[in-house]
Design a binder for this molecule. Structure first.
Ligand code: CND
Ligand code: ZN
Ligand code: ZN
Length: 416
């Protein structure tokens, strides 16, 4: 009987190669990686040498250097950054308008793929697509336990040491330790962040777009829909029409505002503001009166229901407050305040009942909401393309900063 058993069919070399290719592709899809990124998996536990933009000194442009990135310690995640946007807060660090310890690796608006994880990390695994979060969500502190607010106690804004939780850094260059920035440091091919500061996102998300959800879009949009909770039919004013301010305009529109007055001293921002939903655009330089009086005139002497300062100046923060209705108006500070600045304010502005709030990262509890915002983008609930005016290779980072400073770009996305 043995002799009559059917011989197994032999595969040709071509068929074997096709099968191996198929398996490889399936495995790569399962890990969410592209061909060429596979090699990152073998770097786990080792120091990685890679490219980063190092800001050595205040008021000097960052330089592209080879740095060493240590493996993640317990509860940390090492991420291969694939796309990073340039936000004004990064520029504020260079000019001294936002205090941070030098030398450092800046960058906080990015997306990438997990390269390796430290001991005890359970929420992400190598190959996951992620957005690093400049506001973590520990789930345990007073804010995380509250239904309101998002400024987790573990945030780097309060600590501002530029160090990881154990008081050390994961970056070195030319024998010197480099500081982290807001716990994310995304101007580097690889970075290390705490597990509480990572959001796992949709496997199909285009990283060169959703990196904006890592700051600019979520910060601006959330200020309107999450912090202010703009109501349908209301009148809003948005001061500052950069990547963050235009996202606030989008948020006001999504919330159903009937009038959205966009305010900027650079009128070249107005067409984009209209495209994003602004109903009117105003340049304060066109008027002799203070801009808050102009906005009162435009609203029949009532003031706007909601105003947003998305510039980062004391005078415009006060003007935005004074622009809203004296009793039921709400003003939200989104722009980063200059260090050591103080308000000189008429208390009547608040005595009559106005509400004055601040909003960091759009008020979103980050690990809960950033993945949802990515899913909403994938579901075409909002657009990111109009915000991305330039895409440059990472090495051209200083060209990207120049485009921002000269008001020519909204967002520049750098790719590695
Ligand atoms: P960007 O510089 O692109 O936009 C600022 C806009 O303000 C520009 O269009 C300017 O022309 C305009 N502007 C400047 N001065 C005036 C003025 N006096 N009156 C009217 N308009 C003016 O910046 P961005 O959109 O990247 O960031 C905006 C601010 O938000 C900035 O301060 C940044 O540091 C901050 C921010 C905050 C947060 C947060 O979590 N709250 C996160 N990231 C950035
Ligand atoms: Zn930012
Ligand atoms: Zn917390």
């Amino acid at each position: 009987m043995r002799g009559t058993r059917k011989q197994p069919t032999l595969l040709t070399n071509k068929e074997i190669k096709q099968a191996i290719d198929f398996l490889k592709q399936t495995e790569l899809r399962a890990t969410g990686l592209q061909l060429g990124e596979r090699s990152t998996m073998s770097t786990a536990g080792k120091v990685i040498k890679c490219k980063a933009a190092v800001a050595w000194e205040i008021k000097k442009p960052p330089s592209i250097e080879q740095i060493e990135v240590a493996p993640p310690k317990a509860h940390e995640v090492r991420i291969k950054i694939l796309a990073v946007g340039i936000c004004r807060s990064d520029d504020h660090v260079l000019t001294g308008a936002l205090a941070a310890p030098f030398p450092l690796v800046m960058g906080h608006e990015s997306a990438g793929v997990v390269e390796s994880i430290g001991e005890g990390v359970t929420s992400v695994k190598p190959g996951d697509k992620v957005i690093p979060l400049f506001i973590p969500q520990c789930g345990k502190c007073r804010t995380c336990r509250s239904a309101r607010g998002n400024l987790c106690t573990e945030n780097f804004l309060g600590r501002n040491s530029g160090l990881m939780c154990d008081g050390t850094t994961r970056f070195t260059c030319k024998g010197k330790s480099l500081h982290h920035f807001m716990g994310v440091s995304s101007f580097s091919e690889y970075t290390v962040v705490h597990e509480n500061a990572v959001a796992k996102i949709d496997d199909d998300a285009p990283l060169e777009k959703v990196c904006l959800i890592g700051c600019g879009f979520s910060t601006g949009y959330g200020a309107a829909v999450q912090t202010a909770q703009v109501e349908p039919g209301s009148t809003c004013a948005v001061f500052g029409l950069g990547g963050v301010g235009l996202s606030t305009v989008m948020g006001c529109k999504a919330a159903g505002a009937s009038r959205i007055i966009a305010v900027d001293i650079n009128k070249s921002k107005f067409p984009k503001a209209k495209e994003m939903g602004a109903t009117e655009c105003v340049n304060p330089l066109d008027f002799k009166k203070p801009i808050n009086e102009v906005l009162f005139d435009m609203t029949g002497g009532e003031g706007v229901d909601y105003s947003f300062e998305v510039i980062g100046r004391i005078d415009t923060m006060t003007a935005a407050l004074a622009s809203c209705h004296n009793n039921i108006g709400t003003s939200v500070i989104v722009g980063a305040p200059p260090p050591d600045s103080q308000f000189n304010l008429d208390p009547m502005l608040l005595f009559t009942g106005r509400t004055w709030k601040g909003s960091v990262f759009g008020g979103w509890k980050t690990r809960d909401y950033i993945p949802k915002l990515v899913s909403d983008f994938m579901g075409k609930k909002f657009m990111l393309d109009p915000l991305i005016t330039h895409t440059l290779p990472f090495d051209n980072i200083n060209e990207g900063f120049e485009l921002l400073r000269t008001g020519k770009s909204i967002r520049t996305v750098l790719t590695f």
